[in-house]
Design a binder for this molecule. Structure first.
Ligand code: F6R
Length: 613
């Protein structure tokens, strides 16, 4: 995920900017850059690669400017390269801009600007922003002191998508303008200095006083003032907030644990993972793949291979791949796959999912598939990780670093990415009904808001956690795609609360497990498939009759009085329902673990990255 930093003050800006970027390195990036206001124009120093390389760029030591903006980029539109790195400038080099987020309508805006004589030098969505600002600036006849702000505001109101933006201009050597929408940006303030960053910890060593911005609040910064405006450019009052966190709370953004922070980061993780891949008016894009209809039609089987939670993400992706692409898809545990001599050849596509990209069994399974002649595709959250170096093709979830051992935002990001991949295949194969694909795309775009709604169940879940935290056994049930969520919910509970739990396909109950159901036992069910809801309800009825305590996670109309607790989540397409239905279960495991006083982020016996067999 990209990071942005800014400085306006009395000291040389560039060392402060580089040091700020280093503190954001943990977010993951592939290129970095800065722009400062110098006497002779705006400086621009950028390249692909590490932040520390910026210090070696020619001329950087000569920068004297005390105002500057900086960026670490994680490629979404266009490959990592100097041209695609931020900052970006307009054609006349009057404005420099850094941007974090995705501009969904950049194609339209780019065409509009090209028709008005602007030239583009990168493949990024961001480059439209400085040119659009220049466009509005040059069309504005008024020469009052709000002209710069008006140009930025008019440009931003044309942007669709998410953005945190910093703008500087050679015409306004004492100002910086910033704004955000659905992307993080904070402003730290001291007497005659302002520090900006994507997150608080990166600038906490300079100040504890922060302005926290709401969407579409425009800020004009000078060294000793910060003026805030709404989208009609009415001035608004904003108080600073003093952040009392210690260093470790700061890293956790004020959350008690990384796991909770990561659960709440899911709307952003999903937004970033979707990135620019989905467009309602055109086909899904994966620049890194470039698959043809001829190649995809030649595939006779897809394997998804992974471990643990990543394997559960694969299970939920199987549905979309088989239904949308009509290609048989098998999901396998990497440690089993590698030793069972799987039937694969050059007509097989093997997809490997790994958050860390370093899981030994997954890497070994990938190598085996290559030896057998299959094409290999890695899905990872870590750029340059081992599986991405081994695979023929790689695509990335953009969940940001996942620090808690129990995987949460990586899982939901993997589920969304496999679904987008399935749509991409289906659009190339042209064997699926386009209307349903467009509907699914819209449902995917709606996910971030719906995840936020799903997170609202937190208090109810906390209450339920208090009731059951001393249990010894818990059961999870589901049918169809809900069964894959039951597995993931059960794994989360085991991992961090040390409660024994089992998940079953609800229809399997009668074939054995129901013998374990006795008075007071907790059974958690997921019901999101309207075609299967009646069947699942009758399975739950069977456990209620035997005295079970029930929690139901659902987006269906059911008789709520039948169950002890019902958590309602928003409705969505069945393929992606795991992204919403897992949220209450992640929270449940978390609160049970807290109730038991356990170390949520570092459960016993587990490692974040399993690099040995
Ligand atoms: C569960 C969990 C593990 C991992 C598994 C694979 O919360 O984190 O089950 O999913 O070890 O790890 P990666 O995705 O890094 O290959």
């Amino acid at each position: 995920m990209c990071g942005i930093v800014g400085y306006i003050g009395t000291k040389k800006a560039y060392p402060i900017l580089i040091s700020g970027l280093s503190r954001l390195e943990y977010r993951g990036y592939d290129s970095a850059g800065i722009s400062t206001i110098e006497n002779d124009g705006l400086s621009l120093m950028k390249d692909k690669g590490r932040v520390k390389n910026l210090s070696n760029l020619d001329g950087i030591d000569n920068l004297e400017g005390t105002i500057g903006i900086a960026h670490t980029r994680w490629a979404t539109h266009g490959k990592p390269s100097k041209e695609n790195s931020h900052p970006h400038q307009d054609n006349s080099k009057t404005f420099s801009v850094v941007h974090n987020g995705i501009i969904e309508n950049y194609n339209e805006l780019r065409k509009f600007l090209e028709n008005n004589g602007y030239t583009f030098y990168s493949q990024t969505d961001t480059e439209v922003i400085p040119n659009l600002i220049h466009y509005h600036f040059s069309k504005d006849d008024k020469n009052d002191n709000l002209k710069f702000l008006r140009a930025v505001k008019n440009a931003c109101l044309e942007l669709k998508g998410s953005f945190a933006i910093e703008v500087i201009s050679i015409l306004y050597p004492d100002n910086m303008i910033v704004v955000r929408q659905d992307s993080p940006l904070v402003i730290g303030t001291c007497e005659d200095e302002k520090y900006l960053s994507s997150d608080i910890p990166a600038i906490l060593s300079y100040t504890r006083d922060f302005y926290l911005l709401n969407d579409l609040e425009f800020v004009v910064l000078t060294r000793n003032s910060a003026k805030f405006y709404d989208e009609n450019l009415n001035e608004i009052k904003k108080e600073t907030q003093t952040i009392e966190w210690n260093a470790s709370a700061a890293e956790k953004d004020g959350f008690d644990d990384f796991m909770l922070k990561e659960i709440y980061e899911q709307p952003t993780a999903i937004r970033e993972t979707i990135g620019a891949k989905i467009n309602l008016d055109s086909k899904c894009e994966f620049d890194e793949l470039g698959f043809t209809k001829e190649y995809l039609s030649s595939i006779n089987k897809i394997y998804i291979v992974a471990c643990g939670t990543a394997m559960h993400a694969g299970l939920s992706g199987k549905n979309a791949i088989e239904k949308l692409c009509k290609i048989p898809c098998e999901v396998d545990i990497a440690s089993e796959f590698r030793y069972r001599d799987p039937i694969i050849d050059e007509k097989t596509l093997c997809i490997f999912i790994s958050q860390s990209g370093e899981t030994a069994d997954t890497i070994a399974a990938l190598k085996l598939s290559k030896e057998k002649g299959a094409k290999t595709l890695a899905i990872s959250n870590v750029i340059g990780s081992s599986i991405t170096r081994e695979a023929d093709y790689s695509i990335y979830t953009h969940a940001g670093p996942e620090i808690a051992v129990a995987s949460t935002k990586a899982y939901t990001s993997q589920v969304v990415l496999i679904n987008i991949l399935a749509i991409y295949f289906a659009e190339i194969l042209e064997n699926s009904d386009m209307e349903s694909l467009t509907k699914l795309k819209q449902d995917i775009l709606d996910l971030p808001k719906k995840i936020e709604e799903s997170l609202d169940c937190s208090d109810e879940i906390k209450k339920f956690a208090k009731q059951i935290y001393q249990e010894k056994d818990v059961f999870f049930l589901g049918r169809g795609i809900d069964e894959t969520v039951a597995r993931e919910g059960s794994l989360k509970l085991k991992e961090i609360s040390y409660i024994h739990s089992e998940s079953y396909a609800a229809g399997e109950l009668k074939h054995g497990p129901i013998a374990l159901i006795e008075n007071g036992i907790t059974v958690i069910s997921i019901l999101t498939n309207k075609d299967l809801v009646k069947k699942s309800v009758s399975n739950i009825q069977e456990v209620i009759t035997r005295g079970a305590k029930t929690l139901v996670v659902t987006n269906q109309e059911i008789d709520r009085n039948m169950f002890d607790t019902v958590i309602t989540i928003p409705e969505t397409n069945c393929f992606i329902s795991p992204i919403l239905s897992i949220i209450p279960l992640q929270l449940l495991s978390y609160y049970i673990s807290k109730e038991k006083g356990l170390d949520v982020d570092k459960p016993r016996n587990l490692a974040k990255s399993v690099t040995v067999e």
